[in-house]
Ligand binder design. Structure first.
Ligand SMILES: Nc1[nH]c(=O)nc2c1ncn2[C@H]1C[C@H](O)[C@@H](COP(=O)(O)OP(=O)(O)OP(=O)(O)O)O1
Length: 176
């Protein structure tokens, strides 16, 4: 559990930690497993495919509720916080930025409605063999395959100031 210790130390030492959610909606489409990703239209990570999420707000009762709220806002589906399954933690640091991102990662299978384009995200279902890693954050190909296999993850990725590549990382993958 080397990554978990490193993550704990990073969070302990960081002058400022901001909490975010990142959630993946999963479905079985006539026997084919698919994951919903969204093309981020604005803000941090614009132009990349990603899971759905954002900052945890003081008005969110729980981090799971925050994850559900963000998915509802960004993919225009109805998801309950109680259906969010916690899958792990990712910590991102950026050279020259004292603030550390603490990302709470979830998966969810239970939802109602049809995913639709919002101001922030354009959603699309992807089969597991067609995930667009080249158009995602550089770290995603390191941990998303394990997540889609049902594993839990804990990791830290230390990015350069320009946010395009990381110079160091640790990752623990464990059976759920
Ligand atoms: N390196 C990375 N790899 C990744 O897969 N997701 C990342 C990432 N760095 C950040 N994210 C995710 C976490 C979170 O879901 C999102 C960033 O949140 P946003 O900038 O969308 O939050 P905001 O608070 O601006 O959004 P709202 O709360 O919707 O206004 O990007």
């Amino acid at each position: 559990m080397a990554a978990a210790r490193r993550v704990a130390d990073t969070l302990f030492k960081a002058p400022k930690v901001k909490h975010y959610t990142l959630a993946f909606l999963l479905r079985d489409n006539n026997g084919t497993k698919e994951v919903l990703l969204g093309m981020k239209k604005r803000g941090f990570g614009a132009g990349k495919w990603n899971g759905f999420g954002g900052k945890v707000e003081p008005t969110d009762a729980t981090v799971s509720d925050a994850a559900a709220r963000e998915m509802n806002e960004e993919a225009l589906v109805t998801v309950l916080g109680s259906d969010m399954e916690e899958k792990g933690t990712l910590v991102f640091t950026f050279t020259g930025k004292p603030e550390v991102m603490h990302v709470h990662v979830f998966q969810v299978r239970s939802y109602s409605g049809v995913p639709s384009e919002s101001d922030e995200m354009k959603p699309q279902w992807f089969t597991y063999d067609a995930i667009p890693y080249a158009s995602m954050w550089a770290d995603d190909k390191y941990w998303l395959p394990s997540l889609l296999e049902g594993k839990n993850i804990v990791g830290q990725f230390d990015f350069d100031a320009d946010e395009t590549k990381f110079y160091d990382h640790v990752l623990d993958v464990t059976d759920a």
